[in-house]
Design a protein around this ligand. Structure first.
Ligand SMILES: *Cc1c(COP(=O)(O)O)cnc(C)c1O
Length: 366
């Protein structure tokens, strides 16, 4: 049907975000390993904070997020005045695009980069530019080559999703130093907590005025369902983002749960250690079955199969076993499956299922 009501240019170019599936028809005992969630759920401290705030639902929440910003600043040794909180880091990404990119502007993301960069760029009316990676790893020189007078933002996740790879501090610093003066570098640290001792790029943010970092409570902290993320940047950028941030973008419950979680250092340390232990085990066991992966720095493994057919067939087989992993053809990785590192029992189930799949699939072909 034709009509005269049209959205802004770019909006209809957005393909809907594909979330990880969470059920399989006819299978009851499913394990969801498709959205990089913490297999241990949220910390008790966050659940307790949620209960404490239940009676406040009729009250508008604070608009300045001061308590959460100060808790984040304390734990990560940052300047609380330059922290901004949002409904997931997705909302922070959205603010950045809305504030800095519009019609005629370009926003760079990389070949296998997270899909929200493109979605938020198009929503702002700007043009997404995809830059090649090298062996599933961000390529700083390719990004610099792609920059021009129109480039307003460059998005890099470090560690990256869905590849799990990381680039070093020297590469990031070189990129920040060599970008055009009108370009803001955004370091997406959704998986930074999984790297022991890594600051996500916060140190570089402090040193420069063209680098911004985003973080989330959705991954290590097990709070994806509650929607809390944050950003850290130069004062001039924080000032701009706060002007477009909705005054009540986070509820009292979100604020309290996040504050409790970020102060729960023991719990974070335990989850980080357990993730690293099972990730190593899973990657090695899959490799022994002939399914290699790049060394992952996050809470998932990108399993590489011979070709797209085998990856799809394995996905179907795993589903039949009640194991839901993520197809990543949409990320230009059709021969891969992204498998979240679950608890030990889930990892063992995945490996046993892949072993059986490899036996039968091999026979089929022979
Ligand atoms: C999961 C993820 C996010 C965070 O999403 P939230 O909106 O904070 O839940 C951001 N970037 C990447 C690369 C991710 O994988």
């Amino acid at each position: 049907m034709t009509h005269a009501i049209h959205p802004q240019p770019g909006i209809l170019d957005i393909s809907l975000y594909q979330g990880g599936a969470s059920h399989v028809d006819g299978v009851s005992d499913v394990v969801k390993l498709s959205s990089n969630e913490n297999p241990f759920g949220p910390p008790e401290s966050a659940k307790e904070a949620m209960r404490r705030t239940a009676h406040l639902m009729h009250r508008y929440p604070p608009t300045d997020h001061a308590a959460l910003r100060h808790a984040i600043a304390e734990v990560h040794s940052l300047d609380a005045e330059r922290v901004i909180c949002g409904a997931g880091s997705d909302e922070i990404i959205h603010f950045l695009c809305q504030a800095y990119a519009g019609p005629g502007d370009e926003v760079i993301h990389t070949e296998h980069g997270f899909s929200m960069y493109r979605i938020s760029t198009l929503a702002a009316g700007a043009h997404p530019v995809e830059v090649p990676e090298r062996e599933r790893t961000v390529d700083v020189d390719a990004i610099l080559d792609a920059c021009c007078f129109r480039t307003k933002l460059v998005f890099i996740a470090n560690p990256a999703n869905p590849t799990g790879t990381m680039i070093g501090a020297n590469d990031i610093a070189r990129l920040a130093a060599d970008l055009p003066p009108h370009t803001l570098l955004v370091l997406d640290g959704a998986y930074a907590e999984f790297v022991d001792g890594f600051d996500g790029g916060a140190g570089l943010v402090d040193k420069r005025d063209n680098v911004f970092m985003t973080r989330t409570f959705s991954k290590l902290y097990g709070l994806g369902g509650l929607r809390i993320g944050w950003g850290y940047g130069p004062a001039h950028v924080i000032d701009v983002l706060n002007r477009i941030r909705g005054p009540f973008n986070l509820s009292e419950t979100q604020l309290a749960a996040a504050e409790a979680a970020v102060r729960d250092r023991d719990w974070a340390d335990r989850c980080r250690a357990e993730n690293a232990r099972m990730r190593t085990w899973l990657a090695k066991a899959l490799a022994e079955l002939g399914v290699p992966s790049d060394t992952s720095c996050a809470n998932f493994v990108l399993a590489r199969f011979t070709d797209a057919d085998e990856a799809q067939a394995c996905d179907r087989f795993l589903r039949g076993e009640g194991l839901i992993v993520r197809q990543v053809a949409g990320y230009k990785l059709p021969n891969c499956l992204r498998i979240t590192v679950g608890d030990e029992a889930s990892c063992r189930r995945v490996v046993h299922a892949v072993a059986r799949f490899r036996d039968t699939y091999g026979e089929h072909r022979a």
